[in-house]
Design a protein around this ligand. Structure first.
Ligand code: NAP
Ligand code: MG
Length: 453
């Protein structure tokens, strides 16, 4: 018998519906169907796979509003963000629909014949998705994996499966073959672990915490299975005295409080050059007060609730003994609300070192450029970061010096589907998105054809 899991609307704390939890046998059955579907899909003409993915993209485009409303209810994302996320899924599909016809191999000069390489699909790819950006992160895996000729089994986070389930249905509506892209709901320790241990899942894509990701990688190592990991972060927003301080302060709340700070790229440490530290905090306070926390269904909302009651108590625990400079506002009452919080921190403080994954930012002063780079790198993580300066040479030096996978100068952008994304150090392994992502879902095969008569 299948057990169920109750979904909760994080803005109201009210139940939404029950979701089935797949067991190992059901997971194995989906993987077996994927093996069969992949054989046909992988041997289609490239243009046929391209057309199928474009059709999927068009169906997603026609359902942006429905997907966005599901994310508002299930995840508490503000409606404006949720619409952006749903449109992003369609754009990711459209972008990787261009990949099947561009997966060119090489022709390598070898005497006595013809040597060529092929990009062969792995077969079945298992994708494990976290709850913070349920549909965008899912699409970063399934779109390039399908484009490269693989079948996909995808496990959404138990807390936030609704948009992934709907995307699975929309794939069928768009004409993708049965079994090619299957969304399997259930727990990480059952369904997710089965992706790791099942011999017919030939590659795993995991996004989530560094601790679970490390276990997933260890499990994949035992099966000699490639794995891509997108993990946590403690990214620095570095503000130099020569920056446009007004602009840097105005942009800082969005860089850490977007999605209530439940963002692996959140700039959760603001490092400020000591000579402008007081001035920057004066400018930051009104920007934080202006950050609108409230009903995610409201068009004017910047930030909704945290994902769950237990996550809210974890986030609150980070404020024990912390030196709070100021806080924004948040609604009272039901829902897992948490007011944006700015903390003045010392380098050894827990709040300056561990990922909070909530709307809490630690502000720390630094002395000079070398100190800024050292402090930015004084973390186990290396996902994202921002550098604010009007000095071009400094921007180049610091962006080369910070050990992170995704940096921006005088901006906080991290994610564009056509540029690579991923972390260094404890933030992950491998890269998603960008021009090469479909190729990452293939293995290179080299074939030599002798031409001797
Ligand atoms: P998590 O606990 O690591 O869960 C992530 C996913 O893994 C969920 O689907 C989860 O299933 C599944 N899982 C749990 N245990 C598993 C196991 N033993 N084997 C296989 N799968 C397993 O992380 P989370 O709490 O959902 O997300 C928050 C964390 O993810 C943060 O640390 C954040 O930084 C990180 N994150 C990173 C990125 C990035 O791109 N770098 C993006 C988003 C989030 P359940 O449904 O059972 O929980
Ligand atoms: Mg978890």
């Amino acid at each position: 018998m299948t057990s169920t899991f109750t979904l909760i609307n994080p803005a109201t704390a009210q139940p939404i519906r029950e979701i089935a939890r797949a067991d190992v046998a059901q997971t194995d059955a989906a993987i077996a169907r994927a093996v069969i579907a992949q054989r046909a899909w992988g041997s289609l003409a490239p243009v046929a796979r391209a057309d199928a993915l474009r059709a999927f993209a068009r169906v997603v485009e026609a359902h942006v509003e429905e997907l966005a409303q599901l994310e508002v209810r299930n995840s508490g994302h503000p409606i404006g963000s949720a619409r952006w996320e749903a449109s992003h899924v369609a754009q990711v599909l459209n972008f990787y629909a261009g990949a099947p016809e561009r997966l060119s191999g090489q022709q390598i000069p070898v005497a006595g014949g013809l040597d060529v390489t092929f990009h062969e699909p792995y077969g079945v790819v298992g994708i494990i998705v976290p709850w913070n950006f349920p549909m965008t992160i899912a699409s970063w895996g399934f779109a390039p994996a399908l484009a490269a000729g693989n079948a996909v089994v995808l496990k959404p986070a138990e807390l936030t499966p609704l948009t992934a389930i709907r995307l699975g249905e929309l794939a069928l509506d768009a004409g993708l073959p049965e079994g090619l892209f299957t969304v399997i709901t259930g727990s990480g320790s059952v369904v997710g672990q089965r992706f790791v241990s099942h011999p017919d899942v030939r590659k795993v894509v995991f996004t989530g915490s560094t601790s679970v990701g490390t276990d997933v990688a260890a499990g994949c190592a035992r099966e000699l299975k490639p794995v891509t990991l997108e993990l946590g972060g403690k990214s620095a927003n570095i503000v130099f005295a020569d920056a446009d301080l007004e602009k840097a302060a105005a942009a800082a709340p969005g860089a850490v409080f977007d999605n209530a700070g439940q963002d692996c790229c959140a700039r959760s440490r603001i490092l400020v050059e000591r000579s402008v530290y007081d001035r920057f905090l004066e400018l930051l306070e009104p920007a934080v007060q202006a950050w609108r926390v409230g009903d995610p269904a409201d068009e004017g909302t910047d930030m909704g609730p945290l994902i769950s009651a237990s996550h809210r108590s974890t986030v609150a625990g980070f404020l024990d003994g912390a030196n709070v400079a100021f806080r924004g506002a948040a609604p009272e009452g039901d829902g897992f609300w948490f007011a944006p919080t700015v903390v003045l921190a010392d380098r050894a403080d827990r709040i300056a070192r561990e990922e909070v994954f909530g709307p809490v930012v630690a502000v720390l002063p630094f002395d000079d450029e070398a100190d800024a780079i050292g402090l930015a790198n004084d973390t186990a993580y290396g996902l994202a970061g921002s550098i604010w300066t009007e000095n071009l040479g400094r921007a180049v030096r610091v962006s080369r010096g910070v050990k992170s996978g995704v940096l921006s100068v005088n901006s906080h952008s991290s994610v564009r589907y056509w540029t690579p994304f991923g972390g260094m150090k404890a933030s992950g392994l491998g890269r998603e998105l960008g021009p090469d992502a479909a190729e990452h879902f293939t293995e290179t095969k080299n074939v030599f054809f002798a031409t001797d008569a």
